[in-house]
Design a binder for this molecule. Structure first.
Ligand SMILES: [Zn+2]
Length: 937
């Protein structure tokens, strides 16, 4: 039944624009099939009967159904207790409290000296720690290779975990001499289930949705499951995108464990659309420029052996297709930049059942499990066979990294920032990525400096406390992949991509074209090619945290640091009455920025200082006691320029068609990060919800709310806003709100106002002049005529009569919309939505939604002019023109309430600590500063 040819093996799949790692609905038919006979997972295996088989513990044969978490854990215990080849390590807990495990499987003799192997591998990974070159060469010859095998990071990609369970059994029980040799040559770590919360959620759905007679029909509910499915973890994060920030409890300790072992091979096992076949390495273009060519060559070698293993069964597979590795955000891409041969598997899914494909053939779950087992063993055998060459290449790469005095960029610099929390979080993250960091003990000069905004400086002075990161270190590739501001795609790739777009076939890009940490954190980072004399220390400089002394009049709490948000939540929870400064002011020598929190003694409980101490105890946040309301500059502390905050009572729209990842990151930010009570609501039932309970309603990004929110529901939301509510709409939900017929906002989509673009240009010009007042007395007293300065407006006005052309142009230009590109956002520092931020902010932008705003809508963040717009990532000239000067964030009054729109998600994957401050301000400051609340009677 099976058929295999070169043509079917490397097939040309339909290209789909996907943000997700694995496509749910494959678009092309599978040529892979089998007769479903239960052939053994490994041919001619000879197993030690003393080792328990999975079915003896799990209660079912491997591949018969998907193993549940508890059965899996029982098996991990049984296996590690029965076999001297296996140890079990728990490395953390999921959000829902499930313990996370990996097994270490190797020859008992290796187990006896495992600590030594780990320490020697660390020396190989950091040649500075080797006694001499000879020791390095000896270790590369003698050490076993280290393999790290990860399964089911996406919880709804089931077959991987069952494959891992069998693989562990096979390696523990096999008496085959080839396997003994494998275990002598390789230390194998197996993490059978990276995302247990997602898998258990998904399996409980499938159980509820499957009848006595299982259906092979892919459209049936038992294959479709329920909203949010099982891909993400508890907070619905795609854990295979968390390797940039190491935030989730399933990833952070796993990354630490992997880094502590310095693996030479890392496998990450996935599933793709059910009608597909099997995809594996190598990826197609574009590939990250910092990836070692040696690693890439090895990935091809591993792939060739894997293909050979599949050929033995006549199975279909393909390589070099839809998965590309430009961004270092996926497990195996990240591991490759850390020096491992990082491989990816994508098996067509069967959802723990059987799927009938378009040819009428049935693909069983057991077959899908089998493919992963064969892949895993093939890759492990390649590693064992080439162990010495691979270790030597690994060492060579690290030696070059340590020795490198690159002619170009050399040192990454991050001066201390007013937002101490954001700065510390970035430093901490670099350390957790395995990067060596140091801190300047005194001020120094750097030369040939490029700043975050792309500006070149011949020299620049940096203060004491600046983070200094040299590139000549073992993990140089990772450092540059994380912190380079603006890596460029190759010209040949751009040509290919352009062809796809112009042919209306969609992008070849798989995910964000920009991701760098300094821009995500929005900090004043620089790269310098040379630095002057400099003393450094490993110790992070202390924060100047003042104690909470008794203040006769009250207290001022810093708002520049992002720690201000959890502190505000605690203050509001402890029944304090914080106010926020809407103007800067000065007391003595200290200037206080907009947003500074004021607690007046007479407005707050008598034990205010105790409550304040408690609220701030976990944070590095400056608190100043004040004994007078009188200040030197700016408004006095008793004035109405200190606005009273209203405690937010937050509802978040959830369920289809809300995007699970957008809902998840908003919910995570408020619930987990801030510990702010919030109520996720079913958006489908919003018409029946008593909105009066809430003063903030968040509509995360969605797949189009028009499918669930009727005109009547919109009317209810409008009345709720008018009586003081703050509506926050993100991404596509903002577009829903900006639709003219809904009457929720005066903001419009660009394509709807093509005939009136000149009005918007004029509004931008007025907005700018209001922020930058320049008086030309000659214009007043002599009647000089000011220049119009609206080149674009003139041009558009000329075209005004020709709407058809404008529409066609707009439609064409939308083809070239960015997929995750950092654009320059210009910030209105006086608007409360921006308190705590500088005047410029990198905005990670996706898609074609161009929001157009003008008075009376305020536009606290607007994208920059075309020539300054792109900071990092791909931006075609068409998109540059279209997106220049559009609104990123708008705030608009409606009755006593307001509508806040964000063109894209500021909480995206929690990658954007700078941008997310906008949303936090909307939620925590919005009800008090942007809406009016009823005064108690
Ligand atoms: Zn996946």
């Amino acid at each position: 039944m099976s058929s295999l040819s070169d043509r079917s093996a490397v097939r040309n799949r339909s290209r789909v624009v996907v943000l997700f790692f694995c496509v749910w609905l494959g678009l092309s038919g599978s040529l892979s099939a089998s007769d479903g006979a239960l052939e053994p997972f490994v041919a001619d295996a000879d197993y030690d009967p003393a080792i328990p088989k999975p079915q003896a513990i799990a209660g079912h044969a491997v591949g018969e159904k998907a193993v549940r978490y508890h059965a899996l854990v029982s098996y991990l215990y049984a296996l590690s207790e029965a076999s001297s080849r296996v140890t079990r390590t728990s490395y953390g807990h999921s959000h829902e409290g499930r313990t996370l495990y990996y097994l270490t499987i190797t020859d008992p003799a290796n187990h006896d000296r495992l600590d030594q192997i780990q320490a020697d591998s660390a020396r190989l990974a950091d040649p500075r720690r080797l006694e001499d070159a000879e020791q390095g060469d000896r270790l590369a010859n003698e050490l076993p290779a280290i393999a790290w095998m990860n399964y089911s990071i996406h919880g709804d990609e089931l077959s991987s975990t069952d494959a891992a369970m069998f693989l562990a059994y096979h390696l523990a029980a096999s008496r085959d001499p080839a396997d003994r040799e494998l275990l002598h040559d390789v230390v194998i770590h197996i993490d059978p289930l990276v995302n247990p919360d997602g898998r258990e959620r998904y399996l409980s759905h499938l159980q509820q949705l499957t009848g006595v007679v299982s259906s092979p029909d892919l459209q049936s509910m038992q294959h479709q499951a329920l909203w949010s499915r099982g891909r993400g973890n508890h907070y619905l994060f795609d854990l295979n995108r968390d390797w940039l920030v190491h935030l989730q409890p399933e990833v952070a300790p796993l990354a630490e464990a992997i880094l502590s072992w310095n693996p030479h091979l890392l496998v990450d096992s996935h599933e793709q659309g059910a009608y597909d076949t099997y995809l594996f390495d190598p990826p197609r273009d574009p590939i990250n420029i910092h990836l070692s060519p040696r690693v890439l060559e090895w990935r091809k070698r591993f792939s060739a052996d894997q293909a050979e293993a599949f050929n033995r069964y006549g199975w279909s597979y393909y390589t070099k297709d839809w998965y590309s590795e430009w961004s270092p955000i996926y497990t195996n891409a990240w591991a490759s930049l850390q020096g491992a041969i990082g491989l990816l598997y994508e098996q067509a899914r069967a959802n723990a059942a059987t799927v009938r494909n378009p040819l009428g053939q049935e693909i069983t779950y057991r077959e899908t499990v089998h493919h992963h087992i064969v892949s895993s063993l093939a890759n492990l055998r390649t590693l064992a066979a080439h162990r010495r060459e691979i270790l030597r290449d690994f060492l060579r790469d690290r030696r070059e990294a340590v020795a490198s005095q690159t002619a170009g960029i050399e040192t990454f610099l991050l001066p201390p920032a007013a937002d101490r929390a954001r700065w510390t979080a970035l430093v901490d993250l670099l350390r957790r990525q395995g990067i060596d960091v140091a801190f300047a003990t005194e001020a120094f000069q750097a030369f040939n400096v490029t700043d975050l905004w792309g500006k070149q400086h011949e020299s620049r002075k940096f203060p004491a406390g600046t983070l200094v990161v040299r590139t000549n270190q073992p993990r140089r590739r990772m450092l540059q992949a994380l912190c380079d501001f603006d890596p460029h795609l190759t010209e040949s790739f751009l040509r290919e991509e352009r062809k796809e777009l112009e042919s209306h076939r969609g992008t070849l890009l798989y995910d964000a074209t920009s991701w760098n940490l300094p821009m995500g954190f929005g900090l004043d980072a620089c790269w310098a090619k040379a630095i002057g004399e400099l003393d450094v220390s490993d110790r992070m400089p202390d924060a100047d945290k003042a104690g909470v002394a008794k203040g006769g009049y009250g207290y001022l709490v810093d708002f520049q640091t992002s720690d201000a948000y959890p502190v505000l939540v605690r203050l509001l929870d402890s029944e304090c009455y914080p106010r926020v400064a809407v103007k800067p002011f000065q007391i003595g020598d200290t200037t206080f920025a907009r947003g500074t929190i004021l607690l007046r003694g007479h407005e707050n409980p008598e034990d205010l200082s105790d409550r304040l101490r408690k609220a701030t105890s976990d944070f590095d946040i400056a608190v100043h006691a004040v004994n007078t309301a009188l200040v030197q500059e700016g408004p006095d502390l008793g004035s109405d320029k200190f606005e009273l905050l209203t405690a937010p009572r937050v509802a978040i729209a959830s369920q289809w068609p809300v995007r699970s990842t957008s809902f998840g990151s908003v919910w995570y930010l408020l619930d987990h990060h801030l510990r702010l009570q919030s109520s996720p609501l079913n958006v489908q039932n919003l018409s029946g919800v008593d909105l009066r309970k809430y003063n903030v309603l968040i509509l995360p990004d969605s797949g189009g709310l028009d499918r669930v929110l009727s005109a009547g529901t919109v009317e209810r939301i409008k009345r709720w806003i008018q009586s003081g509510g703050t509506l926050v709409a993100i991404g596509n939900s903002a577009l829903f709100a900006a639709d003219e017929d809904r009457g929720l906002s005066s903001v419009r989509l660009r394509r709807e106002v093509l005939g009136r673009l000149d009005e918007y240009d004029e509004a931008v010009a007025r907005e700018r002049s209001a922020r930058d007042i320049r008086i030309d007395p000659n214009q007043i007293w002599r009647g000089d005529v000011p220049g119009t300065g609206g080149g674009k407006a003139d041009e558009e006005a000329k075209k005004k009569g020709d709407l058809d052309t404008l529409r066609r142009t707009d439609q064409w230009e939308r083809l070239f919309s960015p997929t995750g590109t950092f654009l320059l956002g210009l910030v209105d520092p006086e608007h409360w939505l921006n308190f705590g931020l500088d005047e410029k902010i990198p905005i990670l932008f996706w898609g074609s939604s161009a929001l157009m705003s003008k008075h009376p809508a305020a536009t606290p963040v607007r994208l920059a002019d075309a020539d300054k717009l792109r900071l990092s990532g791909l931006l075609w000239p068409e998109a540059r023109q279209r997106l220049a000067q559009i609104a990123y964030a708008t705030v608009e009054r409606m009755g006593s309430g307001q509508v806040v729109l964000f063109a894209t998600d500021p909480t995206f994957r929690m990658w954007l600590p700078a941008q997310q401050r906008l949303l936090l301000n909307a939620i925590l400051l919005g009800p008090g500063l942007g809406a009016s609340q009823a005064v108690p009677w």
